[in-house]
Design a protein around this ligand. Structure first.
Ligand SMILES: NC(=O)C1=CN([C@@H]2O[C@H](COP(=O)(O)OP(=O)(O)OC[C@H]3O[C@@H](n4cnc5c(N)ncnc54)[C@H](OP(=O)(O)O)[C@@H]3O)[C@@H](O)[C@H]2O)C=CC1
Ligand SMILES: CC(C)(CO)C(=O)C(=O)O
Length: 301
């Protein structure tokens, strides 16, 4: 399979690297720092089970996606529209684009820019870029993807490459469940710069998280979303299973980077407003993170 990875970061390098290891023709499209390192040394994949330099192609230009059967679309939600527009001239009409991002509206935003088939994916993994061309895997690595033309083939290739992947009719519900977890933790961890275990020890923190979740559940219900799993239990479990973890929003802020907050609590605020559901706690946290992050979001509502 010819695979292009749009956004050679933590998620793109992990899943693209797994497919390259399995013999697929993979090109990583990313920033010069990573592209140069991958060209010279290969992609270093430091995972829980192996540590290897994986040889694959890398390029800074979206034109490298020409000829791809599938694009793994792995930029942050803030870059969705610009990255989709940049790819548009180079994709064949039947190229499948798989949106491997947090947030619930990325696939729809890609569909606005492209006429190719698009499949949303829920990504359950913990990875980071530990240096140029070096991806570090901390755990998990499974995918749930939405039905689309070509999705079965991609899922089979991923499974054969060691990535547990299933196709589900309720990716929307799973993305929303993940969104509500993100809305409960990400901003609080970011604003306090605390890992989850310490965060939930703070007086009143569970009550705030319950309120954030109650608002999210009300918006989801008003939007007709069938949530996947027991979200309240999933929220409790995160602090127990990942006590040392800082949210991705906390990591972005501490690195002086723009966050995905407009697509997490910010998204819930916009949907709540549209549906007439009050979302005061989510609004406060969204506003505070926006004030704490550098610049302003280009793609905010
Ligand atoms: N990391 C994780 O463990 C998980 C992440 N996710 C989600 O996956 C998505 C991707 O996250 P992650 O991989 O961590 O993010 P990263 O920031 O590590 O990777 C994205 C990369 O894409 C680059 N990029 C952005 N626009 C372009 C462009 N037009 N051309 C080339 N490169 C581009 C970015 O560069 P620059 O930084 O310079 O803009 C960055 O290097 C997010 O939605 C995240 O929430 C979901 C589950 C787990
Ligand atoms: C699940 C969670 C909250 C884990 O850190 C996450 O997705 C994030 O940090 O964005």
């Amino acid at each position: 399979m010819r695979v292009a990875v749009m956004g050679a970061g933590a998620v793109g390098c992990f899943f693209g690297g797994m497919l390259a290891r399995a013999g697929h023709d993979v090109v990583l499209i990313g920033r010069p720092m990573h592209v140069e390192a991958v060209r010279e040394y290969g992609l270093r994949m430091e995972t829980r089970t192996f540590d290897e330099q994986v040889r694959l192609r890398a390029d800074t230009e979206p034109s490298a996606a020409r000829g791809a059967d599938v694009v793994l679309f792995c930029v942050k939600s803030t870059d969705t529209a610009s990255a989709a527009r940049a790819l548009a001239p180079f994709l064949a009409p039947d190229t499948l684009l798989v949106s491997m991002q947090n947030g619930v509206d990325n696939a729809d935003r890609v569909r606005e820019a492209l006429s190719q088939p698009v499949s949303a994916a829920v990504v359950y993994v913990a990875t980071e870029m530990a240096g140029p061309g070096h991806v570090k895997h901390h755990g998990r690595g499974e995918l749930v993807i939405e039905p689309a033309p070509g999705a079965e083939r991609v899922a089979r290739a991923l499974v054969a490459a060691g990535v547990p992947t299933e196709i589900s009719d309720n990716v929307r519900g799973a993305l929303w469940s993940k969104l509500l977890i993100n809305c409960a933790y990400n901003a609080l961890s970011a604003l306090t710069q605390l890992p989850y275990g310490k965060l939930v020890e703070g007086e009143g923190v569970w009550a705030v998280m319950d309120q954030l979740l109650d608002e999210g559940l009300a918006v989801a219900a008003a939007d007709g979303v069938v949530l996947a799993g027991d979200v309240r239990q999933a929220v409790r479990k995160i602090a127990e299973t990942m006590p040392g973890q800082y949210s991705s929003t906390a990591q972005d802020l501490s690195r002086g980077k723009r966050t995905e907050i407009d697509h997490l609590n910010g998204f819930l605020v916009r949907r709540g407003e549209a549906l007439g559901v009050p979302v005061p706690a989510n609004r406060v946290l969204h506003t505070l993170v926006r004030l704490a992050q550098p610049g302003s979001s280009e793609e905010a509502a």
